[in-house]
Write a protein of this length. Structure first.
Length: 127
């Protein structure tokens, strides 16, 4: 459904440390800057970009916005979460663990990146 996802940042160098760590756990190579100065990650046919806002205003997280990442196992989810916290992110919501959802059991971990964007690492246990 998605070709790419973009989040805003006020400090791309700080974001690179964070996203190199959390996306590295998922198997992505470290991000590289493109000709427009955006930080770009390529993995599994998807593109994830981090950029300063084009309107020149400060980046701010969206209220109600959560960006979900597909996680392969509970162990990878815990490693993803730990890498994020160790690299400038903050844990949010409940600690990583099993959630009973209407669509089945999920292992979820939530982080906020250094700019406050909310991220979720999701592993579907019954898949």
């Amino acid at each position: 459904m998605f070709s790419h996802v973009v989040v805003g940042s006020n400090d791309l160098a700080r974001s690179k440390v964070f996203y190199d760590a959390v996306l590295g756990v998922l198997g992505a190579a470290p991000g590289e800057y493109d000709a427009k100065g955006r930080l770009v990650y390529l993995h599994g046919g998807s593109r994830f970009l981090v950029t300063t806002p084009v309107d020149g205003e400060p980046a701010a997280p969206g209220n109600g916005h959560t960006l979900g990442f597909a996680i392969e196992s509970p162990e990878q989810s815990r490693a993803w979460h730990a890498a994020g916290v160790a690299s400038g992110g903050t844990s949010t919501e409940d600690p990583p663990g099993v959630r009973h959802m209407p669509v089945g059991e999920m292992y979820l971990a939530y982080l906020r990146d250094p700019d406050g964007n909310k991220l979720c690492g999701r592993h579907r246990l019954d898949a």
